[in-house]
Design a binder for this molecule. Structure first.
Ligand code: HEM
Length: 235
């Protein structure tokens, strides 16, 4: 059950530009950054992920690309990888949806109040739905195992309709299977070869270097800062 606060009515909505290929590429890029960040903050989950990839694709990582080319269905054996992707998309959904209401459509709140939707745009608040504690036990925690357990487990398998980063129904994302496979391939090809850790402080220091104290102060406050950096290093 979605709360009324999970839905926002925006007056004067005049149209909605749906997801397109450029958005999708940006969404996947953003997803990768967030996934690497969550893995760097949860080293035990990173170990499980690497173990799984060693099991499915042998530990010698230089053979992974050829193995994938020979047998792409190996991706389907990566269940924990899929769970990590779903959990990352739950915590940090890169997209959402909006619909224009009409006179035939109305919304009912939990108290039974009918809200007309005509002349409103209806925006799904994926972030609040995905962190609603009535839908998700320990909602703010990164727990990929919730996607691998049954309803009897304290984490419970997620309810239908509660997970909507690629939305639901007849106009849901037609690229979702493609993007799931692409994201899996990128994770399989990278997580065993690289240790990725946040390097914001190092980056700030590099930015501030040679600027004297005014530059350093402004740099610390975020002025003149370019994109945050991620440090890549071979394991
Ligand atoms: C992580 C990656 C992606 C996310 C989070 C995402 C998310 C979404 C969402 C939320 C919608 C529904 C928009 C709505 O309800 O109006 C959507 C629709 C759509 N997506 Fe994606 N998407 C992703 C990747 C892709 C890819 C890779 C493609 C194509 C190659 C794609 C093509 C589309 C198209 C064509 C629609 C419109 C479907 C329709 O209106 O019938 N998406 N996507």
């Amino acid at each position: 059950m979605v709360r009324s606060t999970d839905i926002v009515l925006v007056t004067g909505g005049s149209g909605f530009l749906g997801s397109h290929i450029v958005d999708a590429i940006i969404a996947e890029g953003r997803f990768q950054v967030v996934a690497y960040h969550l893995l760097s903050k949860n080293p035990d989950i990173l170990v499980q992920l690497r173990d799984e990839h060693d099991r499915v694709f042998v530990p010698e990582t230089s053979t992974t690309a050829n193995r994938l080319k020979e047998d792409p269905s190996l991706l389907n054996k990566c269940k924990p990888t899929q769970a990590i992707i779903k959990e990352t998309l739950r915590l940090y959904a890169p997209a959402a949806t909006m619909r224009i209401g009409n006179a035939e459509c109305s919304l009912k709140t939990q108290r039974g109040v009918t809200v007309p939707a005509d002349n409103f745009a209806i925006l799904m608040q994926n972030h609040s739905i995905h962190r609603n504690t009535r839908l998700w036990p320990r909602a703010d925690e990164f727990l990929p195992e919730r996607w691998l357990v049954g309803p009897e487990h304290e984490l419970k398998f997620p309810k239908v309709g509660a997970w909507r980063p690629v939305e639901l129904g007849p106009r849901n994302c037609i690229g979702q299977a493609l993007s799931m496979n692409e994201i899996k391939v990128v994770l399989v090809m990278t997580v065993r070869n690289f240790d990725i850790k946040p390097a914001y402080e190092d980056f700030d220091m590099i930015q501030a270097k040679g600027k004297g104290w005014p530059g350093q102060l402004l740099g610390t406050l975020g002025f003149g800062r370019k994109k945050p950096g991620i440090e890549y290093g071979l394991v």
